[in-house]
Design a protein around this ligand. Structure first.
Ligand code: KIV
Length: 302
């Protein structure tokens, strides 16, 4: 079994100043994780940032959007992931309607993820319309990652998971959103599903790192959903989601072998069994209903 609390070999913890200093330098590698085991593996690989994304609504809960995910669910998954990280910086996503209402609501929600989820920064979606929220969260000492372009919490407003920032107006809007977040104090910004040349220009114009997902190679870092990266996802896969392994197929193969061996009586073998007792044959003891606890005894009547 794993030893708890992130015993990674990449022991030094990645800090916000470390990440800011990577602007224009060595690219930042970020992945999502939703539980302790995945966090441990990503941390062991030397990932710089782990995001507990509200994508857990789709990846873990099987929902069709991220919209129903709650603060308590985010805090629960952040806590589990935090225990697996010894090196990577932990970012927690603020879910839909946990920050849009007011700057005060945003500060309280960010504080909850830091306290209950053991996060080291928070991420929220949107640009100019949430700049005040970002400013207020940063002012209380909580680092913020912005997220512009395709912001999945607005999927219904976009009419689907569609590329953003197309045309001069679209490009101007994404740039204005990114600049507003930088001015509000965000220390990094996720650029999702925008044309690569737009992402390159934004990356050039900002002084803080950009982290792309479906935004081309010019960003200061990249983020992928862990199940996409590992090939664990089934069904539709976004164009940008490169599979670095095919663990889903490997898992189905392993489950199939397990089913076959259980049905054939081939598993468990002696190798997976404890040393035999070598005891004399046992006889079934005589039991009456009086020997059982009252609630269990009641079952005898059904
Ligand atoms: O929720 C999430 O996983 C995200 C990433 C895709 C950036 O926001």
């Amino acid at each position: 079994m794993y030893a708890p609390q992130g015993s990674s070999s990449h022991a030094k913890k990645v800090t916000v100043p470390d990440l800011r200093a990577r602007k224009g330098g060595e690219k930042i590698a970020m992945v999502t994780a939703y539980d302790y085991t995945m966090a441990r593996l990503a941390d062991e690989a030397g990932v710089d940032m782990v995001l507990v994304g509200d994508s857990l609504g789709m990846v873990v809960q099987g929902l069709s959007t991220t919209i129903p995910v709650s603060m308590d669910e985010m805090a629960y998954h952040c806590r589990a992931v935090a225990r697996g990280l010894g090196h990577a910086h932990l970012v927690g996503d603020l879910p839909f309607m946990s920050y849009q209402v007011s700057p005060q609501q945003a500060v309280e929600s960010a504080g909850k993820l830091m306290k209950e989820g053991a996060c080291e920064s928070v991420k929220l979606e949107g640009g100019q319309e949430v700049a005040e929220q970002v400013h207020r969260i940063v002012r209380v000492g909580i680092p913020v990652v912005g997220h512009v372009g395709l912001t999945p919490q607005s999927v219904h407003a976009f009419g689907g998971f569609k590329v953003q920032g197309r045309g001069a107006d679209g490009a101007d809007k994404v740039l204005a959103d990114a600049v507003a977040l930088e001015q509000a104090g965000a220390f990094a910004i996720v650029l999702e599903a925008i044309p690569p040349d737009l992402a390159a220009q934004i990356t050039e114009l900002l002084t803080i790192p950009t982290i792309g997902i479906g935004a081309g190679p010019a960003c200061d870092g990249q983020v992928l959903v862990c199940t996409d990266l590992l090939g664990l996802s089934r069904g539709h896969q976004p164009k940008f989601a490169k599979r670095f392994a095919h663990l889903g197929d490997a898992a189905v193969e392993a489950f199939t072998s397990y089913v076959t061996e259980v049905r054939a009586g081939a598993f468990p073998s002696a190798a997976q069994s404890y040393k035999p007792n070598g005891a004399t044959p046992l006889h079934r003891p005589a039991m009456s209903a009086d020997d059982l606890d009252a609630p269990l005894a009641l079952d005898l009547w059904h």
